[in-house]
Design a binder for this molecule. Structure first.
Ligand SMILES: NC(=O)c1ccc[n+]([C@@H]2O[C@H](COP(=O)([O-])OP(=O)(O)OC[C@H]3O[C@@H](n4cnc5c(N)ncnc54)[C@H](O)[C@@H]3O)[C@@H](O)[C@H]2O)c1
Length: 387
């Protein structure tokens, strides 16, 4: 008698739903398609449903050309995508990731609509960068199914995803979130549901301290060249030019408000002026450095780099002091999310706490009125674990 092999599930990976096929949603869909998941996706803007296969094919083709993906794998990935024009067609998805416009009301409305048409067991993930996951879960019948999955741009290239549970997120939802992300090759760091999560908060001083120095008269090219000389792949002001001063300003203003207008998150006039003038960076043809090229590192490069790293370290220490996240998670998240050569706690060990505390004290002593309090060290920096 011939033995019949037991039936294997055709595709044991959970089906992923994606709502919002803009920059991030398209990239997130690509991440899962390339990892062998089936993806059902939709967008409120109907023309995108027609153009998405072409956009995706172009993005995958770039990887084929770069030798990172075979043509076969590219074709298979494209076949795994199903585009739908209504939310109830996401029914087969076990996890739905929303990547729609960054607006609390719009996202809350979408989650409530999804809850109306999908199974109670479907997990909802939000790709919000600045909204509270708890606030997004509020008002749902099953807030325990909501979590944050903060991908970085471009999602297919960036390894890091911050996984964010609110106080009521179920262990099962977090487990599913972690499992699919790891299966898709991502490095998952659990981040607290607090403003900026880990990376967007800990990265603020990189830009802020560069702007503080710019306002003191140090040139943008010198600041960036100093950071390059200390192992950073791009300087803070060139990074603003790349991302867009408008995007950076909005993120800084959001964090400044969310953190009770603490001077550590000060919104610098120079930044507002650039945005008001339309000097947004590469996209408008002029930024802080762009289109100029950087020169050699200035003689005071070490002072510039120490100053920026001291303030980065202090921010990371203040996050650490709030609890729920450890030094290694912060270091890994900041390195992967910002492409930094080392995390803030590795930088602290390299400089030594005494040196960093001294640098912060000197900065605080000569801080102008609007920055007073900015450099006061987090108490974590003076505790034995760090000092
Ligand atoms: N762009 C980034 O660098 C970045 C990085 C990390 C996280 N995020 C977050 O990802 C999310 C999306 O950002 P993006 O840059 O991809 O935006 P985007 O504007 O490129 O895309 C948003 C898409 O959502 C669609 N949409 C809007 N409302 C909708 C609704 N109610 N139902 C269905 N579709 C809807 C729009 O048509 C658009 O295609 C935001 O929450 C943002 O904060 C963005």
């Amino acid at each position: 008698m011939t033995k019949i092999a037991p039936l294997q599930p055709k595709n044991p990976k959970p089906v992923i739903g994606v709502v919002g096929l803009g920059t991030m949603g398209l990239g997130i869909a690509q991440v899962f398609l390339m990892a062998g998941f089936r993806v059902i996706a939709t967008d409120g803007y109907a023309p995108l449903l027609t153009t998405t296969p072409m956009r995706l094919a172009a993005s995958l083709d770039a990887r084929v050309q770069a030798g990172k993906l075979t043509q076969d794998a590219c074709n298979t990935a494209l076949r795994r995508l199903r585009l739908v024009d209504s939310l109830d067609e996401l029914l087969r998805a076990e996890l739905v990731i929303e990547a729609i416009t960054e607006d609390l009301a719009a996202k809350s409305q979408l989650l409530a609509a999804l809850e109306n048409v999908l199974a109670p067991s479907t997990v909802f993930a939000t790709n919000t960068s600045s909204l509270s996951v708890a606030a997004l879960a509020e008002g749902l019948f099953r807030p325990d199914r909501v979590l944050g999955m903060h991908f970085f741009n471009p999602a297919p290239a960036m390894k890091l995803v911050e996984l964010v549970g609110h106080a009521g997120t179920s262990g099962a939802a977090l487990q599913l979130g972690r499992a699919v992300l790891e299966d898709a090759g991502k490095v998952v760091i659990v981040a607290p549901d607090r403003p900026g999560f880990i990376v967007n908060r800990c990265a603020r001083p990189f830009y802020g301290e560069a702007l503080a120095m710019l306002e003191e008269g140090i040139s943008a090219a010198d600041i960036d060249a100093a950071m390059l000389a200390h192992g950073y792949k791009i300087g803070p002001l060139s990074l603003i030019d790349l991302i867009g001063a408008d995007i950076n300003l909005a993120a800084t203003e959001g964090l400044f408000a969310a953190m009770g207008k603490h001077p550590r998150y000060h919104v610098f006039d120079t930044m507002r002026d650039h945005v008001a003038r339309g000097d947004l960076g590469r996209k408008t043809g002029r930024g802080f450095v762009y289109p100029a090229k950087l020169g050699p590192a200035p003689a005071n490069a070490a002072d510039i780099a120490l100053r920026i790293e001291a303030v980065l370290i202090n921010e990371a220490a203040s996050l650490l002091a709030e609890g729920d996240v450890g030094q290694d998670s912060i270091d890994t998240a900041v390195m992967l999310g910002m492409n930094f050569p080392r995390g803030p706690f590795a930088a602290l060990r390299a400089h030594g706490a005494v040196h960093i505390l001294g640098a912060l004290a000197a900065l605080e002593a000569r801080a102008p009125a609007h920055l007073k309090g900015r450099y006061v060290p987090s108490h974590a920096l003076t505790e034995p674990a760090l000092s």
